[in-house]
Write a protein that binds this ligand. Structure first.
Ligand SMILES: NC(=O)C1=CN([C@@H]2O[C@H](COP(=O)(O)OP(=O)(O)OC[C@H]3O[C@@H](n4cnc5c(N)ncnc54)[C@H](O)[C@@H]3O)[C@@H](O)[C@H]2O)[C@@H](O)CC1
Ligand SMILES: Nc1ncnc2c1ncn2[C@@H]1O[C@H](COP(=O)(O)OP(=O)(O)O)[C@@H](O)[C@H]1O
Length: 274
């Protein structure tokens, strides 16, 4: 039975800081950037992860991207990596890792995901991190843990699960979660979130203002930010999808993806105090 993604279900599980909290206990999020001319998506995701409460957020980037990203971030830290092995080492200690936005459709992206899968962190895989496995899904499924999260739009979903959407979005999402043994966030006007244990929710507060480039990158960062704070992966996905939509609707006309994170404090405050 599909549930409506109502905040009442996950609201009490949202992570809030307490007097004992410090930035490292609050959750460490890493976001992997693409090449020097493709860094915006990672910056959008990292900023969103920080806004939703991860205590320490780091962008891991190819060495030549440092000079591009450094002037464009403040609270977000930056670490270069020159190989999948170095990436895996630098990501150690992260609670959650976002990879895929503008990552590039090349074998290096697959090698990077394989290296990160060894870290034990929750992986949030989006965009190119999904499309690069077209025709090679067994390699993706082989490295996923049950707490990992895939966030395809319908185009990306079709690349990973050809023909499955013909069964309807709900059935397709359930089957995809079963095949991947990971949480699936099938994005769209009414995003479906499916867990490998059979839970499934449909998001009903979708906002058409979100139909603008980069909003998916922001969502990936928000999911990663909640998962880094050790919220359950399925609930992190559900909460982030609802909060993302509410932020889009609150901002309304003129929304661009870089506005979304700045609306998050209002949405979070409404969920905190109620
Ligand atoms: N700020 C940035 O730097 C941004 C970078 N981005 C990156 O730019 C690269 C290219 O992005 P593209 O948008 O071309 O890649 P997509 O995979 O989103 O789009 C490629 C094709 O997929 C299909 N498609 C896209 N959205 C669909 C949907 N919702 N339903 C069905 N089919 C759909 C369309 O045929 C489209 O031409 C990626 O690496 C992406 O991560 C984007 O995320 C946008 C923002
Ligand atoms: N018409 C719409 N109504 C509601 N939500 C939408 C609509 N169009 C797009 N979205 C949302 O916007 C986001 C777009 O993500 P994605 O396609 O990955 O974009 P990008 O790759 O540019 O970041 C998703 O969260 C999706 O659910």
């Amino acid at each position: 039975m599909i549930e409506t993604n109502d905040p009442a279900i996950w609201r009490n599980f949202l992570p809030w800081p307490s007097a004992e909290t410090h930035k490292h206990t609050r959750g460490r999020l890493a976001v992997v950037s693409g090449k020097a001319h493709q860094t915006g998506a990672a910056r959008l995701a990292a900023h969103a992860g920080l806004r939703i409460g991860a205590g320490v957020v780091r962008i891991l980037c190819p060495p030549d991207a440092v000079a591009v990203i450094a002037p464009a971030v403040q609270a977000i830290m930056l670490t270069p990596f020159s190989s999948p092995e170095v990436l895996g080492r630098e990501a150690a200690g992260s609670d959650a890792i976002v990879i895929g936005p503008a990552a590039g459709l090349e074998d290096a992206t697959i090698a990077n995901i394989q290296a990160l899968a060894l870290s034990g962190a929750v992986l949030v895989i989006d965009a190119d991190g999904l499309s690069v496995f077209k025709g090679r899904t067994a390699e993706l499924f082989a490295v996923l843990d049950r707490d990992d999260i895939l966030t395809p739009h319908e185009g990306e979903f079709e690349r990973l699960f050809p023909g499955l959407l013909a069964q309807g979005r709900e059935t397709a999402a359930i089957e995809a979660a079963r095949m991947a043994q990971a949480t699936i966030v099938l994005k769209g006007a009414r995003t479906i979130i499916a867990s490998p244990d059979g839970r499934i929710r449909r998001n009903e507060n979708g906002s058409a203002w979100l139909a603008t480039a980069g909003t998916g990158d922001v969502l990936a960062g928000m999911i990663g930010g909640l998962a880094a704070q050790r919220m359950d992966s399925f609930d992190s996905a559900c909460a982030a999808v609802w909060i993302h939509s509410d932020a889009g609707e609150r901002f309304g006309p003129g929304l661009t993806s870089d506005d979304l994170s700045d609306v998050l404090p209002k949405v979070l405050a409404s969920l905190w105090k109620g």
